[in-house]
Structure formats: structure tokens, C-alpha cells
Design a protein around this ligand. Sequence first.
Ligand code: UDP
Ligand code: MG
Length: 318
Amino acid sequence: METCQISVVVPCFNEEEVINTFHCALMEVLEGTGCSFEICYVDDGSRDTTRAQLRALAAQDKRVRFTSFSRNFGKEPAMLAGLRMSRGAAVALMDADLQHPPGLLYRMLELRRHGYDQVVARRDRSGEGLLRRTASSAYYQAMGRCMDVDVVDGEGDFRLLSRRAVDAVLSLPEANRFSKGIFSWIGFDTVSFTYHNVNRAAGRSKWGGRRLLNYGIDGLISFNSRPLRLVIYVGLGLALAAFAYALWIAANVVMHGVDVPGFATLLIAIVALGGIQLATLGVIGEYVGRIYGETKRRPPYVVRETEESPRRSGTVPA
Ligand code: UDP
Ligand code: MG
């Protein structure tokens, strides 16, 4: 089914300000490689002119393809759609905001020629706020302890995959996807190199604090059941502590005959236990919710139009 040497998959959500600049830069690089290529844009339900721009780009050039979602489904479904669309022998994933410099493709292709199935461009964190930097590095350290797969700080979705790596990624059936974990899970020979972090060319990042936090929890939960085990340990530890405390009180009463004024103890025990129980329920709930989500077997996204079937809504063509 391979019809070209390189596919570039680009998820776009409200990127009207940069998409043209990005497209020109990418075309220049791709043409410079001398390989046959295609660009697979995925419009993730943009509410600005992104979709119209992509439609126009695809109309001008056969090598530009696009899929547009019926609403915003998120970057993960957009990447999945792009990978499914891609037909190249090697597939690069890239952001539309020029934070993933297209010029690095040369280096990636070079490393791919050495036989690596995954070539990862890892960004350093220069130019980022101190708060975000500290939070990210703490998160990755915690993740490193908790997860069964390796995720490395700065290694994101910017990578070049061989066809068999793409097939491996697509063979995972889960609807709720955490790509960082999936890329590490599939294995194969992987190589990474570091590049200097660049800021967004224009427009705004869609990742606010809350979205990042949710993403973090997703990562933790979607790749193992260790949080459940942790909860068991906490429960057991508390039960043991309570048992020891009860023994101590009983011994005190037997030896000294005093009854303990227990109001504060009771209150603390109730509140602490209540809190832990709620947190535990939350952890279990997260997993149950995921099971519920997966059992519904909903598709991860709904397609509105593609380059082959542009604009079905609006005026009916004659
Ligand atoms: N993106 C997307 N759907 C979303 C959010 C983002 O397809 O719901 C795309 C976005 O257009 C960009 C890439 O994912 O090409 C990275 O997004 P962004 O630059 O906002 O994230 P950041 O670089 O800040 O992590
Ligand atoms: Mg960005």
C-alpha cells in the first residue's frame, strides 16, 4: 500500500495564523529531500479558517491530503487519524505551530537510513517558565517510578516512524490513547537527538494548566495498575497503625485504669480515613470509567470531510 517514501502527519486545531507559513516551510524541506512524499493534515474541528485553508492547499497539490473532524476531539485522536491516513514508508509526526522545526526532518531521515525504526527529536526546555519546567521534571521523575514504560522528559510526538512501527502503533485497539506511552511500548530500535526548544510561531498553546494535569493523570493510569496497588498499601498501613493504636489504648486502660479523652483522636481518624477512602474510590473510579469508555467501543473521532469528499454541508452541488 506504500505509495511514497515519506508521509508527514500534522494535527491542526485553530492554527489559521501559522498554517500557511508552516506549509511553505515544510514543502521546502520535503522537496529538498528528493523523496516522494505526502502531507496528511488533520483538522481537529477547528473553529477558525484552518479547515478552509487546508481544503485549498489540498486542492492545489495532490500530495497534500487532509481529514477534518466534526468537532474538536483532541490531539491524540488527530494523530491517530493521521497515522491511519498515511501511506508512506516512513511517517513523521509534527506540530503545525513550527515548534517542531521542519528542517530537522533531514537529520531524522539520515538516522532512519541507519536502520532506526523510531527517530525522536527531543527538545530541551530552554525558554520555558521556571514553574512549568520544575513541574514537568518532577512529573517525569514520578512517572519514571510509576510506569512500566519509559517516558523521557522532552521526548514528545515529534518523531519519524518506520512503516512497521506505524503498523504496531495502529494495532493497539484502545480508544483512550496516550501516545508517549504507546511509542515506548511498541519498542523497536529507537534513537533520539536533542534540539533547541522554540516558541510557538503564532497563536496560542491549547495546553493550559488543567489540561496538562489531566494529561498527566491519563498517562499514569493508562499504562499500569500501580496506583491501585499503592492504594492497597496505604489501606493496609493505616489498618495496621489503627490496630497498634487500639492495643496501646487497651494496655493503658488495663494498666492505669484511665479512660482516654478521645475526641481529637476520633475526629482525626474519621477525617483522615474519609479522605483516604474518597481518594481510593477516585482511583478505582478512574479505572472503572476507562473500562466503561472502552466497552462502549465508540470510534475515537468522527470525520466531517476529507480531500476526496470535500464539503458535504452547505449548498448542494449541481
Ligand atoms: N492540537 C490538536 N488538537 C487539540 C490541541 C492541539 O490537533 O485539541 C494540535 C495543535 O494544532 C498543534 C499540536 O497539536 O499542531 C500541538 O498543540 P499546541 O501547540 O497547542 O501544544 P504545545 O506545543 O503547547 O504542547
Ligand atoms: Mg505547540
